[in-house]
Design a binder for this molecule. Structure first.
Ligand code: ATP
Ligand code: MG
Length: 333
């Protein structure tokens, strides 16, 4: 029996390099050997985009195309849409009794996301919604609905996974051994930094290079990337370790990396030339991804079918699981 993998992405924008290196690379490795469920988490996407449903709707398809374009095979990966599996919402309600509000407020990921979303949730989070605060509970429902054993994620998701494990333990303690405790699977690069030097490249942070970005956009973004502030003139020596341009040369595995590093340290390489080289390397890296994407852009009905077929398959598993959970909770009428 193959082990089950569950992971999800919020349809709040296109995939960026952070997704590719922080999570996608792992999906590609794992797709051959596991029973792989990949959730397009539209209900979770709505928690902080409830006032912009068009964005979530549009990106459900966009992000699926992005995932297919990196080389995920729909024969191996079961793509599904969260809102099409109402059993997940049922589980969320059941699990919400097993979590305290203060525990959710202390979750480091939730805390930092609330702090970033001041416009929506107020300067000190005073306008936080019940839905957003509770999204880790719905994430526990996503995972356990499919008996997910392994969850490939970036390290920003670790506190959420820990929260899920706590819910599972509490559920099993009270209602009897029913749910599996999932384990995270981290990539080699656990967190990709943003163009602005922020610890995380994120869709909602405006600091990302997207897999669909065209040459002009990439050029503009890389030209504006943060470099060593001490380097003023072209031939000043600099510290590559504080430079986002060097960071991305390393991330995309530029074979010329040693030269980039030594020339930067000696002041033998100007930032503009270094950025131009990076732009070329990023374009080379994205070329095959964009070519694969074209097939789906030209045939959008293929994407609809992948999501429909996958949601039907996911529904079968979810129905079995909800039956088990309701029986354990003695509400199996
Ligand atoms: P949002 O800002 O809307 O939350 P996001 O960019 O954080 O979007 P998600 O859909 O929340 O993207 O995350 C999808 C997956 O990608 C998760 O496993 C997450 O850990 C991973 N991921 C996202 N950003 C990064 C990053 N910068 N580095 C590593 N992994 C990342
Ligand atoms: Mg996120």
């Amino acid at each position: 029996m193959k082990k089950t993998i569950l992971t999800g992405l919020r349809p709040t924008g296109n995939l960026h390099l952070g997704h590719y290196f922080g999570a996608g690379q792992n999906y590609l490795k794992l797709q051959d050997d596991y029973d792989f469920y990949l959730e397009i988490a539209d209900v979770q996407g709505l928690t902080d985009n409830f006032n912009n449903p068009e964005k979530v709707r549009l990106n459900t398809k966009e992000i699926t195309m992005d995932l297919l374009s990196i080389g995920l095979d729909p024969e191996k990966v079961n793509f599904f849409v969260q809102s099409r599996i109402p059993e997940i919402a049922e589980l969320t309600v059941f699990y919400s009794n097993l979590v305290t509000v203060s525990r959710l407020q202390r979750n480091p990921t939730v805390k930092s996301e609330i702090a970033q979303k001041k416009e929506l949730f107020g300067n000190s989070g005073e306008s936080i919604t019940y839905g957003f605060l509770g999204y880790p509970v719905s994430q526990a429902a996503d995972i356990t609905c499919f008996d997910g054993e392994l969850v490939p994620v970036g390290d920003d998701q670790l506190p959420l996974l820990e929260q899920c494990r706590e819910i599972v333990r509490k559920f099993n303690n009270i209602y009897g051994e029913t749910l599996k405790e999932p384990e995270p699977v981290l990539s080699k690069t656990t967190r990709v930094k943003g163009l602005d030097g922020n610890e995380k490249m994120g869709k909602s942070l405006g600091n990302a290079i997207y897999l669909v970005d065209d040459n002009e956009t990439i050029k503009k973004k890389v030209m504006g990337a943060v470099t060593d502030p001490k380097k003023i003139k072209k031939d000043d020596p600099a510290d590559p370790e504080v430079c986002m341009v060097y960071y991305y040369h390393k991330l995309i595995d530029n074979p010329n990396l040693d030269t980039v590093c030594s020339e930067c340290k000696k002041g033998a390489r100007g930032c503009v030339a270094c950025k131009k080289e990076l732009i070329d390397k990023i374009n080379d890296f994205l070329k095959p991804i964009k070519e694969r994407r074209k097939k789906y852009e030209d045939n959008p009905e293929l994407v609809d079918k992948i999501l429909s077929d996958g949601s039907i398959k996911a529904k079968i598993k979810a129905k079995e699981q909800i039956k088990k959970v309701k029986k354990a909770m003695k509400i199996d009428y």
